[in-house]
Design a protein around this ligand. Structure first.
Ligand code: HEC
Length: 103
């Protein structure tokens, strides 16, 4: 979801590693989100960044009707996709750090 469907790391730092996007589009490191932000805020943010922060460069990926990414996640709803992304963000240490070690 977060690397193949949307690719959050196009803009977001991953454990200090620079994103490929233009520096003007760079966004905060995903590894720190769970330390800095509470999940209800992150949920609202992911649902529609432009409502939380008008003018943000971050796109709304999970508010389409019908929901996006049906080719990869058939019959998934926006809420299901959001829950998966949220769980990933709040388990970032376990999921991504252990994956990074094998690379
Ligand atoms: C096109 C670039 C872009 C993409 C793609 C993107 N973001 Fe963002 N995101 C941003 C920017 C820029 C900000 C910082 C807010 C601002 O300056 O507008 C941000 C902020 C955030 C924040 C708040 C972080 C903090 O520490 O303050 C979270 C959480 C977040 N994004 C999650 C995601 C997730 C999850 C994805 C993938 C599903 C994603 N973003 C994809 C650009 C992007």
């Amino acid at each position: 979801m977060v690397t193949e469907a949307v690719n959050c790391f196009q803009c977001h730092f991953r454990l200090g590693e620079q994103p490929p996007a233009d520096p003007i589009a760079w966004a905060p490191d995903m590894a720190r989100v769970h330390e800095r932000l509470r999940d209800p805020w992150v949920l609202a943010w992911l649902r529609n960044p432009g409502v939380v922060y008008p003018g943000t460069a971050m796109p709304a990926n999970f508010s389409g009707e019908p929901p996006q990414y049906q080719d990869r996640y058939p019959n998934s709803t926006n809420d299901q996709q959001l829950r998966v992304v949220l769980e990933w963000l709040y388990n970032f240490d376990r999921v991504t750090l252990s994956a990074a070690k094998t690379h």
